[in-house]
Write a protein of this length. Structure first.
Length: 233
């Protein structure tokens, strides 16, 4: 019986900017888990480029089978929540109101996703967001606030938080595809926003995340295997 791990998110979980699918962080994590747990690992991904936390919550709600038999899940989402708040803002004051509303929606969506996992008995790991624009105060402030919201939700639910932001801090030029100056102006300077991990960035997330998933998945897998064995007696 394979260990089943579900990855929830947006374009990063989808594997954007990995040179091939096997180098995206969910597959990196799967190989690390398979080696550590000495078991085959089945990776399921519910993620699409451009998804906000609301889109992900709706997808989890719509697909009742997404969580079926999963031994653990991890969620990395939120960048597009900030993008939408920013691009629809008409002034600085409006931007701050938009961001506050985005943080409230984000907290509700994360709680909804976590509740869906809990109903299925699936342990969930929250992943903080790294900052692709570390030299822009607005980006640093917005992402820090979003991570604070995530951490508050996780603490309330007793769920672990994988500090992806800390793993990337100070190493952004090495880990982000197309990294230029680390300022928001880079979005206008190149055809594609330099926000996604490169292969090394995906590897860092995958290996780091595997350490958080492993103990949760191992316990859940043992319980699920025992239940299956008893049901066949």
């Amino acid at each position: 019986m394979s260990v089943i791990v579900l990855h929830l998110g947006d374009s990063i979980a989808y594997g954007e900017c990995a040179s091939r699918p096997t180098r995206a962080y969910p597959q990196v994590a799967a190989r690390a888990l398979a080696a550590e747990m000495r078991s085959s690992v089945e990776t399921r991904i519910v993620a699409e480029p451009g998804w906000t936390s609301a889109d992900l919550a709706a997808a989890v709600e719509a697909d009742k089978t997404a969580l079926a038999d999963a031994d653990a899940a991890a969620v990395l989402i939120g960048g597009d929540d900030l993008v939408q708040a920013t691009v629809t803002s008409l002034s600085e004051g409006h931007l701050h109101r938009q961001l506050r509303a985005a943080y409230r929606r984000y907290a509700r969506d994360l709680a909804f996703i976590a509740a869906a996992c809990r109903r299925r008995g699936v342990p969930l790991v929250f992943c903080t967001l790294y900052n692709p624009f570390p030299h822009s105060p607005l980006a640093a402030s917005a992402i820090q606030r979003l991570n604070d919201v995530m951490t508050q939700v996780a603490i309330r639910l007793g769920a672990p938080v994988a500090p992806v932001d800390a793993w990337f801090a100070g190493r952004e030029p090495l880990l982000i595809a197309g990294y230029r100056t680390g300022r928001l102006e880079d979005v206008l300077a190149c055809g594609r926003a330099p926000v996604h991990p490169n292969d090394l960035g995906h590897q860092l997330i995958g290996l780091g995340l595997a350490a958080y998933i492993s103990p949760l998945a191992a316990l859940r897998h043992r319980l699920r295997s025992t239940a299956v064995w008893h049901s066949r007696r």
